[in-house]
Write a protein that binds this ligand. Sequence first.
Ligand code: EPZ
Length: 437
Amino acid sequence: MESIVVRGGLKLSGEVIIDGAKNSALPLIAATLLAENGCSRLDNVPDLRDINTIIRLLEGMGADICRQGGRLEVTTSAVENCQAPYELVKTMRASILVLGPLMARFGKARVSLPGGCAIGARPVNLHIKGLEMMGARISVEHGYIIGQAERLKGADINFDVTTVTGTENLMMAAVLADGVTVLRNAAREPEIVDLAAFLRKMGARIEGDGTHTITITGVEKLLAADYQVMPDRIEAGTFMVAAGISDGDVVIKNAPLAAMGAVVTKLQEIGLLIEPLSPEEEDELHKNDKLLSGVAVRVRRGSAGLRALDVRTMPYPGFPTDMQSQVMVLLALAEGTSVISETIFENRFMHVFELQRMGADIEVEGRTAIVRGVAALSGAPVMASDLRASAGLVLAGLAAEGETVMSRVYHLDRGYAGFEKKLKALGADIRRVEENC
Ligand code: EPZ
């Protein structure tokens, strides 16, 4: 296994470009299963372990997928094996996103139950309940979800809990259903709006995406389409924290600022300066870049330093749970005491125990973490537990005195493409090493 070694204390500077969003690319790739014929071309697809996993999943079903750089060409006309095996699903829970498209187009599916992960039980009961309301016959046998339906029927579905992939799965199930489906208490994440836009390009009839009520009118068939994945708002937020925690001065290009309101506001309140570039600066900066849909922002730490602040994770447009570990690391060095409430997942504080070993003063009480700012963190050997925790630990290493060695880097590679290379290009003293077993 590999580790990341980072020596802290260096101020980051320079430019970094944000990749396509993992949590948009995954449902978009699953949605290509809905096309009866043609080749869907997806641009700005990030080079991540999770993307490789869903590619293998679709190829195992019979899809033909070709990858050239950030472009993915997917043809699913020959798909006939409607299965998602445990061996793949256990490595990536988001594999559940093939359930809706398979039920919609083929009327059958055998998908391994994803099971829990480090951050929580992660049930999929609402995915299943919605499909049953659409007329699917669902059984769970030997750890697999077995689904059958002649043709799904439109239904009025009210989510007990706002669920991102639940909303995505049922939106994809409804686009070929007979009649109208209404999803109430639907998730409003920008990645859902990205998926709806792609489905409309395929011929789907969807309204209300981005609001709590989404209405889908089923059609007879969908065709392949082209689409460009939105930039990753969590990667962008992670690099904003990297600039602030290192007391650096970084230009972040291709940031989906319009989708980052809560994150930008919180980071500014803590003391970061986050300023869009002027049009002239932007033109100068991007004249050689095939810039995608984001904007360029300059991020520095303000002269007043870092101030404590309470943070509560919420569904979009609230502060995203996927930025919780990153903002915690920043607050661990802020003046004063902050209270972080994790309202989405029941066990998303695994990074706290590693940060404590680096000298952070953090106390966990259930879903609340009390963070008392300290003057400095100290480098230490730490272990990654999940994707966003691993990003937080690397950020802590950037600010810590001395060397931090983070093991189980595979967690990081699931959601960040070349994270240490991008940080090194910004001046960090960071490298990836093979772990001596
Ligand atoms: C998506 O996960 C993201 N993953 C997660 O990002 C993100 O943290 C999460 O949404 C919340 O924003 C992808 O988009 C691939 P949920 P998802 O269903 O859809 C409960 C990352 O780091 N729930 O919105 O699995 C659930 O237990 C990952 O990129 C049910 O009870 O999350 C949780 O408490 C981590 N029953 C809450 O809803 C269900 O059937 C929100 O979960 C479904 C969910």
